[in-house]
Design a protein around this ligand. Structure first.
Ligand SMILES: [Zn+2]
Length: 295
């Protein structure tokens, strides 16, 4: 008899109206790991991470790491932000973006813009496969600093060699078709890039506004919904420059807490939307419940 866990269904599409826009978060996939420490905090004691996990009633050291892409329909454009691993999926529980896109009511050919926050595999794998762009009609938009860093390919760590290989396979062949942007630039009306360098050389956060409402796509600024908020100074093992990433994390979270804007995070537990509050020397993530269904 197969395990009952093979039959479990979970939500993978979360759609809501936001100003004049429609926003959809989709669960591209998830992986289970057994190393909350040191995965999420290479510069903290295991005991401190375990104590925090206990406080929040999450297991230790087991964790679930989610991959959540965001689709924004605004001003007549359909924008996909970081469409997941695609053919580079590392496990059967990942690589579900295209199915979820269809369940959300869209087809690949409807996509006008693919917006990339940075070049790690879970963010670029689905941009193309075998040299063919996944979204045939889409412009691909990515930060100039990030693109040029991987294009140069200098001093890439051992851990990131597979990332470099994937970049060369997926993104570099499309170089002539890319739109390269800088922090402060607009992707479309109401959607702009913010410098969040550190997690990767040119990692970007996105601010989106529509109809007088605003939200922030944190992307990989906050890899864990408890640890990254309570201890922004903890180094995430996947940060390419962990010191800079920690400074960036605090700056961006300070901003989001002060302005009380909703945030979406690529690795936050699905549906991956909520608010940032200051708490002691750090922050707390307050997951949304029904707020976004009422408007
Ligand atoms: Zn990521």
């Amino acid at each position: 008899m197969s395990s009952p866990s093979n039959k479990l269904v979970r939500p993978t599409v979360y759609q809501f109206a936001f100003g004049e826009a429609v926003i959809t978060n989709v669960l591209e996939g998830y992986i289970h790991r057994a190393d909350l420490h040191p995965f999420i905090a290479t510069n903290a004691d295991a005991g401190a991470v375990e104590e925090l996990a206990n406080q929040y009633r999450i297991p230790f050291p087991a964790l679930e790491h989610n991959f959540v892409s965001t689709i924004i329909e605004t001003g007549g454009k359909l924008i996909v932000v970081d469409p997941g691993f695609g053919a580079a999926a590392p496990a059967p529980s990942t690589g579900g973006f295209m199915d979820a896109l269809n369940r959300a009511g869209y087809q690949a050919e409807d996509v006008d813009i693919v917006l990339i926050s940075h070049c790690h595999p879970d963010h670029i794998g689905n941009v193309a496969s075998d040299g063919v762009a996944t979204f045939a009609n889409a412009e691909i938009v990515i930060g100039r600093t990030e693109f040029e860093f991987w294009k140069r390919g200098d001093s890439i760590s051992e851990m990131r060699q597979p990332t470099l290989a994937l970049f060369r396979k997926v993104l570099l062949p499309l170089e002539d078709q890319l739109r390269l942007i800088e922090p402060g630039d607009q992707v479309v009306d109401g959607l702009s890039a913010v410098d969040a360098f550190g997690h990767s050389a040119g990692h970007l956060v996105f601010r989106f506004s529509s109809g007088g409402r605003e939200l922030v796509l944190l992307n990989d600024t906050t890899p864990h919904y408890v640890a990254s908020f309570a201890h922004p100074e903890w180094h995430f093992s996947m940060d390419d420059d962990p010191v800079k990433a920690a400074e960036t994390r605090r700056r961006i979270l300070d901003d989001c807490a002060a302005s009380a804007v909703p945030v979406i995070g690529f690795h936050l537990p699905f549906p991956s939307i909520g608010f940032v509050e200051t708490l002691q020397d750090g922050f707390e993530f307050r997951p949304a419940t029904y707020q976004f269904q009422l408007t």
